[in-house]
Ligand binder design. Structure first.
Ligand code: FES
Ligand SMILES: [Fe+2]
Length: 601
C-alpha cells in the first residue's frame, strides 16, 4: 500500500469518527479514576496497618494531615473507606447513559431476511435491553449479575455487520479494554522454546508477555520490572537459564521462575517496598494445547479447553501437538484485524478472488466444497478416473506455496496411485473410494518415512480451514497443516502470520522458528492464494468508509462464521458472564462456510 493510501485511510477514519462519536463523559472518567485510586489507597492502608513499618507509615500519614501536601492523600483514603461496591456501580451509571445515546442505525433499517433459517435468525434479533429495566430487575431480584454495558455499533441483525466496527476508534478501544485482556490467545509455538530457560516475547496491543520454559513447565510473566516497570526481557527471544533476567535500568534480577533474586543497594528501600511476593515478576495465566502456549490476562476466564473444545476436538486426533514449523511468514496489513480474518472464513470469494482455484474446483471434494448448488454450477465427471485426475489438479493449485496445507508428498502419492486404484464410474461412489485410497496411501507413505502420521481414514474428515476464537486458524488437509494468527496493531492495521506446520520423523533436528520480519501484502514472496486475498483487503478497508455504506450484508448460509464471532465480541464488550461467553466461543469454533448460529445470549 502506498503512503498516500495510508494517509487517505487515516483522514477518512478521522472524519468518520468525528461524525459518529457521541459526546465524551469526562465526569465519569474522573469518577472511575478516583474510585480506583481510592481502592488502591484503602488496600495499601490495610496492608500497612498489619506491619510495624506500616504503623509508622500510618503515623506519617496522620502527621501529613497537618501539611497541605498530605491533605489530598488523606482525602483519597477517607473516600476509599466510604466507597463500596454499590457506590461504584452508581458511579458507572453515566457510562451506560452515554452509550445508550448512540444511535444504532442498523436495527431500525434492517429488514427481515427471506431465508430458510428465518425463524432462527429472528430469535437471534434480541432487542437491546434497556439499562433501566435491567437495573430494576437486578435490584428486585437482589441479583449480583453484572449490568450489561451497551455496545456501540452492536450486531443486532446477525446478517448485517455495522462498518464502524472496522475503523471506529471508540469501538477499537472497547476491544482493547474488554476483549483482548479476557480471551485465550495463541502466544507462542512450543518449539520456539525447546530448552529450559528459553523464552519468547508475545506482544498484544501495548502489553508484553514473556513465555518461558522453566524446569517446572512452560510459564508466562508480564514483562515489567517490579521496580519501575522497565521491560526485563527484550530482543524477542533468548535463554535465561544462567543469567536470569537483568533489568537494564537499575539491575534488579529475576530467575526463570520470575523470582526476584537481586535488588541493588537493598538498604535504600523501606522494608515495606521489598516484600518478596511483590518483587517477583507478575505471572500471567498460561495453558498449553496443540503444540502452542495460550495466555489469558483474565484470572476469572473459563479454562482454555472450556472455550475452544470443539476446535481441540477437531484437531486432537490429528496429533496436532507433534507438528513443527516448516516456515513462518508475516504481513503488515493496512486493515482492521477482523477484516483480515474474515477473508479466510468463507469460500464464497474463491470464484472471483482465486479464479485459478475456481477453475479446478470439484464438487464432493469435502464438506466445504464451495462449488455446490448454492454457489455456482457443479462440474460433472464421466468416470472415477477423470474425477481423481481433477482432484489432483485441484491439490496442485490449492497447495501452491501453502506449505503444510498440502505438501509435495501428498501430491506425489496421489499421482502414484491414480492409475492403480479401481474407481467406480458412479459419481455417488467414486469420490469416497478415491478419498479412502488417497488417505490410506498418504498415511502409509508418511509412516514408511518414520513419521508418526495419524491414520487419516480412522480420524475422518475435518474442515479445511478451522477457526479458533479470537485470532487463530488451523488448515488441515492431509495430516500436515498451515496456520494463521492475526493481531490488531491499530483500528486499521494488523499483523497477519502464516505458518507452515509439518510432521517430521522423530528425532529430526529442526531450526528453532523465529518471528519473521513483516512483509508488505503485495510482496512477491507471498504464495498465490494469500497474495490474492491480501489484494482485496486494503480496498475493502477504504470501501468501508464510503458514504452511505452502513453495514456488510452476510449470507446466512455461507458467511455465518463472520456473524457468529462478531456477536461473541459483543458479548465481551457488553460484559456477559464468562460461562456464557465460553459457550458462545465454542459456537464459533467451526470450519469456514458456517451458517449463522444462536450463541445462547
Ligand atoms: S526499573 Fe528495573 S531495576 Fe529499576
Ligand atoms: Fe481466499
Amino acid at each position: 500500500m502506498a503512503d498516500a493510501d495510508v494517509v487517505r485511510v487515516k483522514a477518512k477514519k478521522g472524519k468518520a469518527a468525528a461524525k459518529g462519536k457521541p459526546a465524551k463523559a469526562p465526569a465519569r472518567t474522573k469518577t472511575l479514576k478516583t474510585s480506583t485510586k481510592a481502592k488502591a489507597a484503602k488496600a495499601h492502608v490495610k496492608t500497612a496497618a498489619k506491619s510495624k513499618a506500616g504503623k509508622t507509615l500510618i503515623k506519617a500519614i496522620r502527621t501529613a494531615t497537618k501539611a497541605k501536601a498530605g491533605k489530598g492523600v488523606i482525602k483519597a483514603i477517607k473516600a476509599a473507606t466510604k466507597a463500596k461496591a454499590p457506590a461504584r456501580a452508581k458511579a458507572a451509571k453515566p457510562k451506560v447513559a452515554k452509550a445508550s445515546a448512540k444511535p444504532l442505525k442498523t436495527p431500525a433499517k434492517a429488514k427481515p431476511a427471506k431465508a430458510p433459517a428465518k425463524a432462527k435468525i429472528k430469535a437471534l434479533k434480541a432487542p437491546v435491553r434497556s439499562k433501566s429495566s435491567k437495573t430494576t430487575a437486578n435490584a428486585r431480584a437482589g441479583s449480583r449479575k453484572p449490568v450489561l454495558r451497551d455496545v456501540p455499533f452492536k450486531v443486532t441483525n446477525p446478517e448485517r455487520i455495522p462498518v464502524q466496527r472496522y475503523y471506529d476508534q471508540e469501538f477499537y478501544d472497547l476491544e482493547c479494554k474488554y476483549l483482548w485482556p479476557k480471551v485465550w490467545q495463541m502466544a507462542a509455538r512450543l518449539e520456539e522454546i525447546p530448552q529450559v530457560g528459553d523464552w519468547v516475547e508475545y506482544k498484544i496491543l501495548e502489553k508484553s508477555i514473556i513465555v518461558i520454559r522453566t524446569k517446572s513447565g512452560v510459564k508466562a510473566f508480564h514483562n515489567a520490572c517490579r521496580h519501575r516497570g522497565v521491560e526485563v526481557a527484550s530482543g524477542g527471544h533468548g535463554n535465561c537459564a544462567t543469567t536470569g533476567f537483568i533489568c537494564p535500568f537499575h539491575g534488579w534480577r529475576y530467575d526463570m521462575e520470575g523470582k526476584n533474586t537481586f535488588v541493588f543497594n537493598r538498604q535504600i528501600f523501606s522494608p515495606a517496598q521489598l516484600d518478596q511476593a511483590e518483587l517477583n515478576l507478575k505471572p500471567c495465566r498460561l495453558e498449553e494445547w496443540g503444540g502452542c502456549a495460550f495466555i489469558n490476562f483474565d484470572d476469572d476466564a473459563a479454562p482454555l479447553l472450556e472455550c475452544i473444545k470443539p476446535f481441540a476436538d477437531m484437531h486432537d486426533p490429528r496429533k496436532v501437538e507433534n507438528l513443527k514449523v516448516e516456515w513462518w511468514l508475516s504481513c503488515d496489513l493496512p486493515t482492521n484485524w477482523k477484516l483480515a480474518m474474515e477473508a479466510f472464513q468463507e469460500g464464497y470469494h474463491v470464484m472471483r478472488t482465486h479464479p485459478q482455484l475456481h477453475a479446478v474446483n470439484i464438487p464432493n471434494k469435502g464438506p466445504h466444497s464451495y462449488n455446490d448448488p448454492l454457489v455456482g454450477k457443479p462440474r460433472t465427471f464421466a468416470s472415477g478416473k477423470e474425477f481423481a485426475e481433477a482432484f489432483i489438479a485441484n491439490m496442485k493449485v490449492l497447495g501452491e506455496g501453502m506449505g503444510g496445507m498440502i505438501v509435495e508428498t501428498d501430491i506425489a502419492v496421489a499421482e502414484r496411485i491414480v492409475d492403480k486404484v479401481a474407481l467406480s464410474d458412479d459419481m455417488n461412489v467414486a469420490p469416497q473410494e478415491w478419498m479412502l485410497a488417497l488417505n490410506d496411501a498418504i498415511t502409509k507413505d508418511a509412516r514408511a518415512r518414520k513419521i508418526d502420521m495419524p491414520d487419516l481414514n480412522e480420524i475422518g474428515p475435518v474442515g479445511p480451514d478451522n477457526y479458533c476464537f479470537p485470532h487463530y486458524f488451523l488448515l488441515p488437509q492431509y495430516g500436515n497443516m498451515s496456520s494463521y494468527r492475526i493481531r490488531p496493531m491499530g483500528p486499521e492495521r494488523c499483523l497477519f502470520e502464516l505458518y507452515s506446520l509439518r510432521f517430521y520423523p522423530e528425532g529430526t533436528e529442526r531450526p528453532i522458528p523465529r518471528a519473521p520480519e513483516p512483509m508488505p501484502p503485495d510482496d512477491p514472496r507471498w504464495p498465490p492464494i494469500p497474495i490474492q486475498d491480501f489484494s482485496n483487503l486494503p480496498k475493502q478497508q477504504l470501501g468501508l468508509h464510503a458514504e452511505g455504506f452502513e453495514y456488510m450484508r452476510l449470507s446466512h448460509a455461507k458467511e455465518g462464521l463472520i456473524s457468529n464471532y462478531h456477536r461473541v465480541i459483543d458479548g465481551f464488550l457488553a460484559g456477559v458472564d464468562t460461562e456464557t461467553l465460553a459457550k458462545g466461543i465454542q459456537v464459533t469454533c467451526t470450519p469456514l462456510d458456517e451458517a449463522v448460529h444462536d450463541l445462547g445470549f
